[in-house]
Design a protein around this ligand. Structure first.
Ligand code: ADP
Ligand code: MG
Length: 400
């Protein structure tokens, strides 16, 4: 869907950057622009690999690629956020055997590789990449770059269905870039809907749109804490969840995912699990219920219930799943002290990164002031507050 209120300044800036990078327009190659948004999860983190539910929203922070089509199958890309340029021939692109050099343009090349593996026709371009998503904060600058790249590589008149595109982008990140990721990053960026959260069943990949209550804004607070322990902790949680399933399956034949465990069965067999494994399973089972309850409360506009659900989710993420940090806890505590902040919790994989808040529109300035005044002083970090509109998924930008 074309963006109906294109940002003229950004279009002009990127068109100028394109000319500076590659020289003035070649004949008959107009500037085209595509965009893909970042996303944030309202609730249900770490449930993707447990085949549970999540509730993502696509956000206004996004990645744009301005490009001119080339006829020779070559892709050249520059980014406003990296000095290093990328260049490859689309029919020769292959994953590096040694894991690669970790170049940002690998996300673009990976997308070309993944589309070609699926036998989908793609085309070369000269492009300039620009993003308003803070890189590496868990708002998925990587998925947005993949999706925007896909749209630039594809023939704009025959763009694929968002879930198929998301699956190919996930494959690019996993098999070409070499980062194990669930599909929610790409699905939220590809298939988000303006003003709606997406209730995603991570087993079937079915989605249901959930409207947010009128007057409630999504506000992301970035703790400024770089999540250094995240990758190893993420692997540890996955292993603990797999262990829970393996041990419980001895008593519950056929159990293959924590998605299918209920609170009663967990209570009955809890003693056979090591304490940390039992705690992880308890978080997953209860969080799954909270995601569904949050979707219902959003639809009903039940703000008190949302407040309770987010508070329980944060406490469970901190105490049972052990993925919070003092910075995340402080950010949530400050937000909760502001009248008009309906609900606050950590979001994403944890150990730093961001919190997500549901805030009455009038209260956003007070939240900004409180974070500016208290958070930095209490943590020694630099906190940031981003009120974000919920937008449509990836698509072209109308340039005329
Ligand atoms: P996240 O997806 O949470 O932002 P990742 O580490 O998965 O964090 O992705 C960030 C990486 O994606 C960057 O380090 C960079 O390699 C690449 N990237 C994404 N967008 C851009 C961009 N506009 N310019 C350059 N690199 C980008
Ligand atoms: Mg990423």
């Amino acid at each position: 869907m074309a963006n109906t209120t294109p940002d003229r300044d950004r279009i002009a800036m990127l068109s100028g950057a394109l000319d500076r990078a590659y020289g003035p327009a070649a004949v008959s190659a107009p500037v085209e622009i595509v965009r893909a948004p970042g996303w944030v999860n309202l609730i249900g983190d770490h449930l993707d690999y447990n085949e549970g539910f999540m509730l993502p929203v696509a956000i206004e922070m996004d990645t744009w690629i301005a490009f001119r089509r080339r006829r020779d199958g070559r892709v050249r890309v520059v980014s406003r956020h990296s000095p290093e340029a990328g260049s490859f021939q689309i029919d020769g692109v292959e994953p590096a055997r040694d894991g690669g050099a970790g170049r940002w343009s690998d996300y673009v090349a990976g997308m070309a590789w993944s589309l070609r593996k699926a036998a989908i026709p793609i085309y070369g371009f000269d492009g300039v990449v620009d993003t308003t998503i803070p890189l590496g904060s868990g708002l998925s600058a990587s998925a947005a770059l993949e999706l925007a790249s896909a749209l630039a590589l594809l023939d704009g008149s025959r763009v694929m269905a968002p879930p198929s595109l998301a699956a190919l982008a996930q494959r690019a990140e996993r098999e070409f870039v070499g980062l194990d990721c669930g599909i929610v990053d790409q699905l939220a960026s590809a298939a988000g809907r303006e003003g709606k959260a997406m209730l995603l069943d991570c087993r079937s990949l079915d989605t249901r749109q959930v409207a947010l209550p009128f007057g409630v804004r999504v506000v992301i607070c970035d703790t400024g804490e770089k999540p250094e322990r995240r990758a190893s902790a993420h692997n540890a949680r996955r292993a603990e969840c797999a262990r829970a399933v393996a041990l419980l399956a001895e008593r519950m034949p056929g159990l293959c995912s924590l998605r299918d465990l209920d609170a009663g069965s967990l209570r009955r067999y809890r003693a056979i699990l090591p304490e940390n494994v039992a705690a992880r399973a308890e978080h997953v089972v209860s969080e799954n219920g909270r995601v569904l309850a949050a979707a219902t409360a959003l639809e009903a506009g039940d703000l008190d219930e949302l407040s309770r659900i987010f508070a329980q989710s944060h406490a469970s993420s901190r105490d049972l799943y052990a993925i919070s940090s003092p910075a995340l806890d402080t950010m949530v505590e400050i937000a909760r002290s502001i009248p008009g902040v309906v609900a606050a919790r950590m979001t994403g994989l944890g150990f730093g990164g961001c919190t997500v808040n549901l805030v009455l529109a009038d209260a956003v300035p007070a939240l900004k002031v409180a974070v500016g005044r208290e958070y930095d002083r209490r943590t020694g970090l630099r906190g940031r507050v981003y009120p974000v509109a919920i937008v449509d998924g990836a698509g072209p930008i109308a340039t005329d």
